[in-house]
Design a protein around this ligand. Sequence first.
Ligand code: MRU
Length: 338
Amino acid sequence: MHDLQATSIKYQSNTLYVLDQHQLPHIESWLPCESVDAMVAMIQKLQIRGAPLIGIGASLLLGHLAANGTSAAKLQSSAEVLRAARPTAVNLMNNMDSMLAALHSSGPAALPAEAERLFHEDIALCDTLATLGAELITANANILTHCNTGSLATAGVGTAIGVINAAHQQGKNIHVYIDETRPLLQGGRLTAWEMKQLGVAHTLICDNMAALLMRDGKVDCILVGADRIAVNGDFANKVGTYSLAVNAHHHNVPFYVVAPYTTVDVECLNGEQIPIEERAAAEVRGVSSSFGDVCWSPTDTPVFNPAFDVTPAALVTGWILDKGVFNQEQINKGALKT
Ligand code: MRU
């Protein structure tokens, strides 16, 4: 396989490396990933995360294994194990389906090229989203975003963060409010790091401060990513997205979801059909991270910890997709079905 380099994944001299997102923003540590078990563990611990990136990581690993003599039968079972590593982001399933289709039609020799194609395609999809989305951003806009949707979540510039970066590059003098994104703090740890690297003016807030900013007229629009979009436009994204959408609707703040076609589940009719991952109680009772574990609640406090929630299409102003920007009427007419 050819050498590949992105912000948070790379392939060098026949080794796949993942930038350990657990240790960001303070430590930049690249972890070699040689096996399916290692990749599944990294995906489940969110050392590699973000809907597009977990699909790309799993694909590159399969390409690597194929390039190093793994049998077709083993590649088939590996793709099935990787496919199930996390349940919500459909990019992982869609990318594994592409890899399996290549395996079935042309055998193991086709997998390195298919993995590289998916990697380069994701970069191009991000660029297209950024160009389309930036047209919607007005000068001096205050944009609110949730979770992390940038170069740490994709092979390219990102989805919502890609749009933010493009608007910034166009000299629109934007400012970004970053939701810290409890419980795993992808906003506070990762988006804050990316905004600093990109030179975008930003302010970090706790998730429960967003409504107040909207009431005070300090948010011009909200941009979020997605982990799975149903054909009726309902979508799953990091938990907390739904309450942002409700608040945006109440305060007349435009609310956009930004995603490539690999995030659309053409088999999924509506948000009720999207499987939602539930995660460990320790993430809510305190913080569990590479910096150490803290538990601030009683150690046996009952916990509810869904990693994602579903935002109904009725609360979405626009879907910024690689094939264009769509409104509710267009989605209702079936724009996501093809
Ligand atoms: O649990 P995570 O950190 O993988 O969740 C990520 C998100 O919810 C992102 O918003 C989504 O994957 C879109 S990333 C381009």
